[in-house]
Design a protein around this ligand. Structure first.
Ligand code: SAM
Length: 275
């Protein structure tokens, strides 16, 4: 056993650095990121919202966008999902996820390289359960991505959404419209706001847009979703809102089609469905 653990440890190290701390090996003793600055991440975070994910996902199709090392994909498979598809645009993380899946005997999870903006090109749409965790604030076009992600959710399906949030956590009621002379609401920290990070935040130049809590909620509503539960401040369990009337300018399906491929940074080649 010790010899197996040692060779596994070497393999894990050669695939590093890891962002997800996974427990691998027959004894589960080999951790992939034991010195993670956030502790036993993301197990220590999952603990706050795991109860809002159905214990039994038998028969469900699950999409994990920005799957990284696969932590959430593995949890979904443990809950019996029929199909789990993990996507990430980073090949290094996908290599880790595939390796971990093999170690965990979950080789039937699919891991693919894809941009979050391209999930509506996948075959097998829609999905019963979609995870969009820790990706939103890394995007230069976050509302576009959210519209596209919402579009792949099956009626009755659920989206688990998480974003970094900064600024006010408070909520307030605002009118549907204001006169152009009204300036004060924009100084109210409770008004939906997105902070644009031009250079870097927390040492990460891919942190682009950070919403306050009101903006997270407003944008979820704006793509036709309603929040079913908010188990902790940055995590929202959502479903399609049958009563939502999408605002002018929100054309989830059509809008994505007119973007040039170059804008979307896909490694996916030309147009069409991704099988
Ligand atoms: C902060 S990590 C979150 C990982 C995991 N979802 C979680 O919550 O622990 C962000 C992940 O999203 C991926 N990512 C960032 N931008 C992406 C994009 N445009 N399309 C697909 N994946 C993206 C990154 O490569 C990274 O694995």
């Amino acid at each position: 056993m010790a010899a197996i653990d040692e060779s596994l440890r070497d393999a894990v190290q050669s695939l590093g650095p890891w962002f997800h701390n996974l427990r691998l090996g027959p004894s589960g003793m080999v951790q992939t990121a034991p010195d993670h600055p956030l502790g036993d991440f993301p197990a220590n975070f999952w603990h706050f919202f795991r109860h809002v994910v159905p214990e039994d996902l038998s028969g469900a199709s699950v999409l994990d966008i920005g799957c990284n090392g696969g932590f959430y994909s593995f949890e979904m498979k443990r809950r019996g999902a029929a199909r789990v598809l993990g996507l990430d645009h980073n090949g290094h993380y996908l290599e880790q996820a595939r390796f971990a899946a093999e170690q965990l005997r979950m080789g039937d999870i699919e891991f693919r390289r894809l941009e979050a903006y391209d999930v509506d090109r996948l075959g097998g749409l829609p999905f019963d359960f979609v995870l969009f965790m820790g990706v939103f604030y890394h995007l230069r076009h976050p509302l576009l991505a959210l519209e596209i992600v919402a579009s792949v959710l099956a009626p009755g399906g659920r989206l688990l959404f998480q974003t970094m949030q900064r600024g006010s956590q408070e909520r307030a009621d605002f009118a549907d419209d204001y006169s152009i002379d009204e300036h004060d609401i924009f100084s109210d920290e409770r008004f939906p706001r997105m902070y644009f990070v031009e250079r870097s935040y927390a040492g990460d130049p891919t942190n682009w847009w950070i919403p306050n809590a009101a903006a997270s909620l407003a944008m979820l509503r704006s793509v036709g979703l309603r929040v079913v539960e908010q188990p902790c401040p940055e995590v929202y369990l959502c479903e399609r809102d049958p009563d939502a009337s999408l605002p002018l300018g929100a054309a989830p399906f059509a809008a994505t089609r007119v973007l040039s491929r170059g804008d979307r940074h896909s490694d996916n080649g030309g147009e069409g469905t991704v099988p």
